[in-house]
Design a protein around this ligand. Sequence first.
Ligand SMILES: Nc1ncnc2c1ncn2[C@@H]1O[C@H](COP(=O)(O)OP(=O)(O)OP(=O)(O)O)[C@@H](O)[C@H]1O
Ligand SMILES: [Mg+2]
Length: 404
Amino acid sequence: MISPGFPADMPLFTRALAQFGAQVYGVSDQPPAGLDPEVADALTAYLPVADLWDEDSTVEEVAQWLEERRTPVDRVECLWEPGVLLAAKLRERLEVPGLTVDQAVAFRDKETMKQVLDAAGIRTPHHYRAATTSQVRDAAERIGFPVIVKPIDGAGSADTYTAHASEDLDQILDAIEHVPEVSVEEFIEGEEYTYDTVCADGQVLFENVAWYRPKPLVSRLNPWISQTAICLGDIATPEIAVGVELGRRVLVALGFESGFTHMEWFRTPSGEAVFGEIGARSPGGRLTHGMNMTCDADLFTGWAEAICTSRLSQDTTKRYNAALVFKRAQGAGTRITRIEGLEPILVEHGAHIPLIDLVPVGAPRRDWRKVVTGDGWMVVRHPDLTTTLHIADRLASEVRVIAD
Ligand SMILES: Nc1ncnc2c1ncn2[C@@H]1O[C@H](COP(=O)(O)OP(=O)(O)OP(=O)(O)O)[C@@H](O)[C@H]1O
Ligand SMILES: [Mg+2]
């Protein structure tokens, strides 16, 4: 398991593997003393490597370590985006099944990804790879405005811009000067969703669709917005089924077999599903917890079972919508001073708010650009989508976390 203790959720996956009877060998750059005790307990052994992101040296270091211990390895797992390629390199070195290096590149490089999908006849935004300012301008002219300009391997909507006309590109090109390579894409109008799965041996064992409100790029550009993501209780409605079908085709085209996937897609006003991006890993932003709440299941354990036995034995029938609402503190202070507006909503709807995890008064505020959860999150769970949205919108607009 690469990076068994970081970021959030990794300890839960690591522990689930151990609970399933797997012997888990952890590899990361955290000093052993820095490991969460529950993670340390779940590991059979742990190797802190010299430089985790020097992929070739890490692969050799890990291979030698395992050879010295005469440890036969069945699988190499990593659920953290920056380690997906490293995991694939290690698999090839150790000759274990799972995503190959070529396959992993198609999950990491947003241009290769779309080329593979285009070849399979999947609707992607019209796109070009660009490494120079003139390539960016050429691509934008060929695609036609508006266009999106974003890093080829970006995350968290960082360095992602919309150009409505060719004049906008001057400022954008300045802002992305430090980004070596970008993807220039047709701007897709519409709602944005996820399609997340747990798979084994090429079979989809669990599916989730989450609806982002608003689109992540809009939240990124407007700090006053509380991003909401709703894990839907019904993914068979016609509006959503188009995305599920798209997602299944994407997994086949990319040859994904076992583990978690996290895809994003758009639904245009005409109802067409358009591919956005995909990762060979679990989603961030607490979405796995949201999925668990839609069906009272535990997909941390579910993933581990799928990896170890190719099955998912829990009942994962969806019964609820689960809306995750993320808060960002307002004000110029560095510590949380007050939380307002929560009480009246709890009086009315408390029974449908199973989780409130806000940064407590007195604690330092967090940097929402770095952590999706920002200054805390809350969950609304209800069988009816309209009711779920109503309560989630109240938490988003009426609860104020203040740092003044
Ligand atoms: N072609 C497009 N049309 C419209 N909006 C887009 C397009 N590409 C990206 N976006 C917006 O920018 C956001 C970030 O883009 P994308 O998901 O590709 O990058 P990311 O930074 O890897 O995202 P993540 O936050 O999931 O790590 C998207 O969630 C979407 O809101
Ligand atoms: Mg994204």
